[in-house]
Write a protein that binds this ligand. Structure first.
Ligand code: ADP
Ligand code: ASP
Ligand code: MG
Length: 441
């Protein structure tokens, strides 16, 4: 029997922000009968000054919790969806849905439940528009009691359910806990749902439709018109997305990587472009020393100094145990003979910062401990970097050219990334300078 091709298509918020965008997404799905399972996000921004429905829902939740009137924020949400339903000329009435969501909100439904309704309602509309079945994510995507995604249970139940539906729409972003309550993934999590559905459907391809031509070499909001990456490996992508290339959630690769399913990032507004293919292995080639750069602000450096630190067994472990006790994970650990620096996100220190410093003092009795905020990290990533000579020198050149001071450097031991730390006010121009240094002609 001939193998039937199956594709899973996930559409992001901007791809489904209005009736006009729904029409584009609809045309894409209908253009290829193998696009059998579709995962929508909640409606995103229609233009720069607009609001994402997910943010509007969090606002509704806050209104109820703070005793403010729900009718204004919820009214705006009803308006968004009604505009889409009318614009598409659908007969669908969402009145009962709106009533039951409003009532749940007033009865203090959980924050995740409230946020998940953005995807739920959009999926209802999309299913009606495409004439596909609707499968509620709460019945097929599961979390364990500890709040982690339960991949075994999900895969078993979801694949069985998908087999019963030739075509279906499954809302992104959420699933259910063992007690039936709704839980969402972290922000941008519809990308993860798409990947989970692709794995359960044993799809040949996971298409992720968004508002850019693919994964670009740098964030287009910082570097003007960056070149598109044609092929990128899961590892490179995870490194870049974790470091700030938010086009795809950094956890979205796990389910498909497990199953060896490639991801194709495509532009809903320019479907003729091939986009970016994300694969497990790509040959290192000569198309340029680096694959991409990414970065973000909001880091702090904890610097600990102590003479003869190098000879003190267990020093690093004791410092890290303090962080562990406070629930903080570290990003990097650049160290010298008598100094150790730990880079952490500034938010994670929050109001515990004095206690953390005291605990470090008690644990290792250092000469000094200091914390400096306002650090941005930039990752330069590429599978070709192992072979290419002088990548680090080029990064330094670029940074020196714009007169920026490098506060930290860390080269991954597998030699496919270099991370540098700069002061936040130097972040954007450092990104642009590094991009220009490596920009392919
Ligand atoms: P969606 O709503 O479709 O999930 P997102 O807003 O989550 O879309 O992601 C797409 C956005 O990611 C782009 O509009 C772009 O501004 C941003 N972005 C950041 N870094 C990159 C990058 N390296 N390549 C492409 N887009 C990037
Ligand atoms: N709507 C959710 C968010 O805004 C999930 C997503 O878009 O992927 O984060
Ligand atoms: Mg996204």
């Amino acid at each position: 029997m001939q193998h039937e091709i199956i594709k899973v298509a996930k559409f992001g918020g901007s791809s489904l922000a209005s009736a006009e965008q729904f029409e584009k997404a609809g045309a894409i799905v209908k253009a290829d009968a193998s696009r059998r399972y579709v995962v929508p996000s909640a409606p995103g921004k229609r233009d720069k000054s607009d609001f994402k429905v997910t943010d509007m829902l969090y606002e509704c939740y806050n209104s109820v919790m703070e005793g403010r009137d729900l009718s204004v924020p919820f009214g705006k949400i009803i308006e968004r969806y009604s505009g889409i339903v009318e614009g598409l000329g659908l007969k669908l009435s969402l009145k009962d849905e709106f009533d039951s969501i409003r009532s749940a909100m007033l009865h203090r439904a959980g924050r995740d439940y409230v946020a998940s309704r953005g995807e739920y309602l959009n999926a209802k509309i999309l299913a009606e528009y495409l004439e596909f079945d609707f499968i509620d994510a709460s019945e097929v995507i599961f979390f364990s009691d500890n709040g982690n995604f339960d991949s075994d249970k999900t895969n078993e139940i979801l694949s069985a359910v998908l087999r019963r539906h030739k075509t279906a729409v499954i809302p992104g972003f959420y699933g259910s806990m063992p007690n039936g309550t709704i839980k969402t993934f972290s922000r941008g999590g519809s990308d993860i749902t798409g990947s989970i559905v692709a794995r359960a459907a044993q799809a040949d391809l996971y298409e992720n439709w968004t508002d850019v031509d693919g994964f670009l070499m740098a964030d287009p909001r910082i570097v003007p018109d960056p070149k598109r990456i044609d092929t990128i490996t899961y590892r490179e992508l995870r490194e870049l997305s974790y470091m700030g290339a938010t086009v795809l959630h950094e956890d979205a690769i796990f389910p498909v990587r497990f199953a060896g399913i490639p991801i194709n990032i495509r532009n809903t507004n320019a479907p003729e472009s091939n986009g970016t293919m994300i694969v497990s292995h790509a040959p290192s080639d000569n198309t340029g020393a680096i694959t991409g750069i990414a970065g973000h602000k909001g880091f702090s450096v904890i610097t600990i100094e102590k003479d003869m630190m190098n000879a003190e067994l267990g020093f690093g472990r004791r410092v890290l145990e303090v962080l562990e006790k406070h629930g903080i994970s570290f990003e990097h650990l650049p160290s010298g003979i008598d100094t150790m620096s730990v880079i952490v996100s500034t938010v994670s220190l929050s109001e515990n910062r004095d206690r953390i410093i005291n605990d470090i003092c008690a644990a290792v009795d250092p000469e000094s401990v200091s914390v400096e905020d306002g650090i941005a990290l930039i990752a330069v990533v590429g599978r070709n970097m192992v072979k290419a000579k002088g990548t680090a020198a080029k990064v330094f050149n670029a940074i020196t050219r714009v007169g920026t001071n490098i506060r930290m450097i860390d080269q991954g031991s597998c030699e496919f990334n270099i991370i540098i730390g700069v002061e936040e006010h130097d972040f954007e121009r450092s990104m642009r300078a590094i991009y220009e240094e490596f920009m392919p002609d």
